[in-house]
Structure formats: structure tokens, C-alpha cells
Design a protein around this ligand. Structure first.
Ligand code: COA
Length: 332
């Protein structure tokens, strides 16, 4: 396997399958995108930019805008729950990954729990664009210790946290949500095979969404430096998870990676010496939806038949923190 990169001493990480023989299985995925559309032509009206510049630097053509974080999360989770076919009484946990909650309290997960008529526990987590991927690892661990089923949602309303005076960041972000239903799995043949998580808090200043005087003022980022770190950490984490699963990249049918930028997806694929076509891309029509992007990519791949039951998939999130998380799973 190629592409493994040494990580510096300041990086914290965890990896593995769990000690317990009980694992988790990914049963279904659902998504939600708001109705509003913000095209590159709209940006040409708003600021000094061009469709050509945006497409060539990012691969983005349009983004979806609207809804609330809670409404998008409920919609995606409801679709996933419906597609899973399981009795909602079995859901013991709702995790919502988001960096753009409607309110700091109550959690978005509480709104999802109530909106779906569930009676289980629910909480939010924030690992920025890696949030959904962290949520998978947390749910996997909790399902391995007696919970029966869980819903993991990744959702962000990034347009509510975007500074439209900054043309470098404004063109990147969109709104969207995705969710999966996971169940406890004891056979080991299906579901989550391995995972890897990591954080490099020493580089947190490269990508920030600061709160000033109680207001989110927009994303601040050093795009070029971030690009290099993200490619390096994404490759390292992907290699660890695939190795830990006892697989090689040839065994992996599809990579569902964070949709930050088409050039990052291509760079990670090239560095891993994996066919670019294995990296599912929805970024042209969604932009960067942060925690929503990995399940949006998964849903697209399931819908168009690129991911089928029994396929090995790699789910790979990375972003602010800097944080990253990878999961290798046998789909359904
Ligand atoms: N339209 C036109 N020109 C723009 C522009 C826009 N929207 N935004 C910036 N520019 C200009 C800059 O002003 C600069 O002009 P100059 O050379 O005259 O100074 C030039 O384009 C290059 O700017 P730069 O910021 O260096 O661009 P870049 O090549 O690094 O591309 C990103 C910018 C954001 C697309 C790129 O850095 C990136 O994708 N980084 C990773 C971002 C990311 O993934 N973030 C989320 C992680 S979760």
C-alpha cells in the first residue's frame, strides 16, 4: 500500500476495531438538500469572480441554500430511517454532527429525536467537516456496548456562517444533510471493519470559524496551507483504516470523502495511487456542506449503483481542528 505519511508528535489519534466482538452495521442512508440554489453566475453578480475561476479551483458549479439545521437533519434522518425498514423502537441513540447548530441549546439532536417521535438519547458533536465521520466511530463504539440501533446525522448550514465579503471562502460553501441508520452487528462479516481518528490542534489557526462578540463572523482560512495538510492527513488516515481492516485499496469499491474541493479529492486519490473514479464526487452541485458531505456522497453512490450491498467502502472526513476520521465498512 502506498501513500502512508509519518505524522508529527503533536497529532493525537486513535485507531482500531473495538475490543468487543460486537460491532455495527450500516443499514441505510438518507439526505436532504434545501430548495434554494446559488450558482457561480450568482456570485459573478455579487463579487469579482468568474464561473471559470470557481470551477477550475474547486470543481463547484452551484450550492444549495436554505432550511434550518434542524429541519435538514430531521428530513435526512427520516429518509434513512424509512429506508432502513427497522422498527423505530430499536433506535437507542441519535448523534448529530454539526458546526452550525440553530441554537447552542438545545442540541440539534434533541430536535431530531423529537421530530422523529423517538424516545432515545440524543446529543450533538462537533468535529467540523470531519463530524459525520467522527459520529460513525462514536456510534460504532456505543453499538458495540449494548445499544441496538443508532442514527448518525451530518448536517451544516454553512451559508449561515459564510462571510460574503470574502470571495475566497464565500464561493465554497453550501447547506445540506445526510444520515445513516446503524445497528449492532455480531457476525463481523458486515458493517464497520476498522476506523481511524486524528486531530492536529497545533494547526487550528489554519481554518477557523470564530465567534466575535457573540456572532459567527465567517470562515477564516489559509487555503493553500490547509490544502497541503488535508491531503497529507486524509491519505495517512485512509491508509491506516484500510490496513486495519486487512484490505488494500483495490478491495475498496468506493471512497466517500469530504467534498471540500475537487482538487483535494483528486490529489488524495493520486497520492494513494487509487483510481480517481473511486472517489465519489457531488461537489459540483452541492459545494462544501461540511458535516453533510460524506453521507451526501454515499447516498449518490448508492442511488446510482456504484455502491451495492456487500461492497467495501471507505468513509473519509477531514477539516477544521485540524481533524480527520476514516471508517472502512461493508455496506449493508
Ligand atoms: N474569484 C476570483 N479570484 C479569486 C477568488 C475568487 N472567488 N478568490 C481568490 N481569488 C484570487 C486571489 O485574490 C488571488 O489573486 P492574486 O494572485 O491577484 O493575489 C488568486 O485568486 C489566488 O488566491 P489563492 O487564495 O492563493 O487561491 P488558491 O489557488 O489557493 O485557491 C482555494 C483558493 C480556497 C480554492 C484553495 O486554496 C483551496 O481549495 N484550499 C482548500 C480549502 C478547503 O478545502 N477548505 C475546506 C476544508 S474543510
Amino acid at each position: 500500500m502506498s501513500g502512508t505519511t509519518a505524522v508529527s508528535g503533536q497529532v493525537g489519534r486513535g485507531a482500531g476495531p473495538p475490543a468487543s466482538s460486537v460491532g455495527s452495521r450500516l443499514l441505510s442512508v438518507g439526505t436532504a438538500l434545501p430548495d434554494g440554489v446559488l450558482t457561480n453566475a450568482d456570485f459573478e453578480e455579487m463579487m469579482a469572480t468568474s464561473d471559470d475561476w470557481i470551477r477550475s479551483r474547486t470543481g463547484i458549479g452551484e450550492r444549495r441554500v436554505g432550511g434550518t439545521t434542524t429541519s435538514l437533519a430531521i428530513e435526512a434522518a427520516a429518509v434513512a430511517l424509512d429506508r432502513s425498514g427497522i422498527d423505530r423502537e430499536l433506535i437507542d441513540l441519535v448523534i448529530v454532527a454539526t458546526q452550525t447548530p440553530d441554537d447552542l441549546c438545545p442540541s440539534t439532536a434533541a430536535g431530531v429525536q423529537h421530530g422523529l417521535g423517538l424516545t432515545c438519547g440524543a446529543f450533538d458533536l462537533n468535529a467540523a467537516c470531519a463530524g459525520f465521520s467522527y459520529g460513525l466511530v462514536v456510534a460504532h463504539s456505543m453499538l458495540g456496548s449494548s445499544m441496538r440501533a443508532a442514527i448518525v446525522v451530518g448536517v451544516d448550514r454553512m451559508t449561515a456562517a459564510t462571510n460574503y465579503e470574502d470571495r475566497t471562502t464565500a464561493i465554497l460553501f453550501g447547506d445540506g444533510a445526510g444520515a445513516v441508520v446503524m445497528t449492532a452487528e455480531s457476525t463481523g462479516g458486515r458493517g464497520v471493519q476498522a476506523w481511524d481518528t486524528g486531530t492536529d490542534g497545533g494547526h487550528s489557526d489554519i481554518l477557523r470559524s470564530p465567534i466575535k462578540d457573540g456572532r459567527v463572523t465567517g470562515v477564516e482560512m489559509n487555503g493553500k496551507v490547509l490544502f497541503k495538510h488535508m491531503v497529507r492527513y486524509a491519505c495517512t488516515s485512509a491508509c491506516r483504516a484500510v490496513e486495519q481492516a486487512g484490505l488494500c485499496f483495490d478491495d475498496v469499491t468506493a471512497v466517500l470523502a469530504h467534498q471540500a474541493n475537487q482538487r483535494i479529492l483528486d490529489a488524495v486519490a493520486d497520492r494513494l495511487k487509487v483510481d480517481r473514479g473511486k472517489f465519489v464526487s457531488v461537489i459540483e452541485h452541492t459545494g462544501n456542506t461540511s458535516a453533510g458531505s460524506v453521507p451526501l456522497a454515499l447516498d449518490a453512490a448508492v442511488e446510482d449503483g456504484r455502491v451495492r450491498s456487500g461492497d467495501a467502502i471507505l468513509l473519509l472526513g477531514f477539516g477544521g481542528g485540524l481533524s480527520w476520521a476514516s471508517t472502512v465498512a461493508i455496506w449493508q
